[in-house]
Write a protein that binds this ligand. Structure first.
Ligand code: ADP
Ligand code: MG
Length: 283
C-alpha cells in the first residue's frame, strides 16, 4: 500500500476557543449536544474556552419588561436601563444556563464577563451614520468595542482545569459598562490567547460565495481576500462581524479561524478528526 502522509494532528493541550451564540443557541436540546461536543474535546485534553453572545435572549428580556429599542444600522442603541437588562440576560440567563449544563456534564465551568479580572477593557463605540451622502456621528449609548485583553484570569482557570465561559460585556477604565458585539469580542480574546483554533458556531455551514447557495461554500480563505469578498457584496448582515472577528483573531495571534454550523453538532466532532468542515480562514 502506498504511504500516505498523515495530516498534521492537533496536539493535546492546544487551546480551542468557541464563539457560541445567537441562533445556534435557542434550541435547548441542540444546546446540550453542542456543549457535550465541547466537553468531549476537553476530555480529549484540549483546553476549551467558550465565548458567547445571545441576541435573541436580549430581545426577549427587553420585550418582557417593555423596553423598546432603537436600531441604528443594525445596532441596538443601549440606554442605561436597557444595559441593566442586557447584563441580566447575558450574564444571568444565558451564561448561567451554560454553566449549569457544563457542570451537569461533570466539568467545572466558570462564568465570566469581560469585566471579571479586568479580562477585557472596553471603549465606547463611536458610530458613523451616513444618510443622503452626509456622515454624522451617532450616539449608540452603551455600545462598545474591546480595547485590550488581559488573559491572566483565563489562563489561571485553564491551568486549574476549569472551562471559562465568557459573555460579551466589559467596562472601560472608569467602570462604565458596555455591550460588545459577541463575534468581535470573541475574536479579540481568541487573538490574545493565540488560540490554535478559533471556531465560530453559526446557523449556516460556513461562508458562501453566494449566501443563498450552500454549494458555493468557501472551504479555505486567506485574510487578504476578505476585502475583495466585501467589495463584491458576498459578505452581508450577521456574517460581517464574524469575518471581521476572524481577521482580528488571526492578526492578534490565533493560528486558524473557522466558521462552522452550530446547529449540526457533529461538525464540531469531525473537525478534530481532521475532516474538512466549514470555512477555514488563515493569514
Ligand atoms: P448568529 O446568530 O450565529 O450570529 P447571524 O444571523 O448573525 O448568525 O449571521 C449568520 C448569517 O449571515 C447567516 O444565517 C446568513 O444569513 C448570513 N450571511 C450573510 N452573508 C453570508 C455569506 N456570504 N455566507 C453565509 N452566510 C451569510
Ligand atoms: Mg449574529
Amino acid at each position: 500500500m502506498a504511504y500516505k502522509p498523515k495530516k498534521k494532528m492537533m496536539t493535546k493541550k492546544h487551546l480551542i476557543l468557541f464563539k457560541y451564540g445567537g441562533n445556534a443557541m435557542t434550541n435547548q436540546l441542540l444546546k446540550k449536544q453542542v456543549v457535550k461536543s465541547m466537553c468531549d474535546l476537553k476530555e480529549k485534553g484540549y483546553q476549551v474556552v467558550i465565548v458567547h453572545g445571545g441576541g435573541p435572549f436580549i430581545k426577549q428580556t427587553l420585550e418582557e419588561v417593555n423596553i423598546e429599542s432603537e436600531f441604528i444600522d443594525g445596532q441596538r442603541k443601549t440606554t442605561p436601563k436597557a444595559m441593566e437588562y442586557v447584563e441580566m440576560a447575558l450574564k444571568g440567563k444565558v451564561n448561567g444556563s451554560l454553566i449549569s449544563i457544563i457542570n451537569a456534564m461533570g466539568h467545572k465551568a466558570v462564568g465570566l464577563s469581560g469585566k471579571d479580572g479586568q479580562t477585557v477593557t472596553a471603549k465606547k463605540r463611536l458610530h458613523k451614520h451616513t444618510k443622503n451622502e452626509k456622515t454624522e456621528m451617532v450616539d449608540l449609548g452603551q455600545v462598545g468595542d474591546a480595547e485590550s485583553v488581559d488573559t491572566s484570569l483565563i489562563k489561571l482557570l485553564l491551568k486549574n482545569d476549569f472551562i471559562p465561559v465568557i459573555t460579551c460585556i466589559a467596562s472601560d477604565k472608569k467602570g462604565n459598562d458596555y455591550n460588545i458585539n459577541g463575534d468581535l469580542f470573541a475574536g479579540h480574546i481568541a487573538g490574545a490567547l493565540s488560540a490554535e483554533q478559533y471556531i465560530i458556531l453559526t446557523d449556516v455551514d460556513g461562508l458562501m460565495l453566494d449566501k443563498d447557495n450552500p454549494a458555493s461554500i468557501i472551504n479555505e480563505l486567506k485574510v487578504a481576500k476578505i476585502n475583495y469578498l466585501k467589495e463584491i457584496n458576498c459578505i452581508q448582515g450577521g456574517m460581517i462581524p464574524k469575518i471581521d472577528s476572524c481577521e482580528i483573531a488571526l492578526k492578534k495571534g490565533a493560528k486558524l479561524a473557522r466558521i462552522i454550523n452550530g446547529t449540526v453538532p457533529e461538525q464540531i466532532v469531525s473537525l478534530f478528526e481532521n475532516k474538512e468542515v466549514g470555512t477555514a480562514i488563515s493569514v
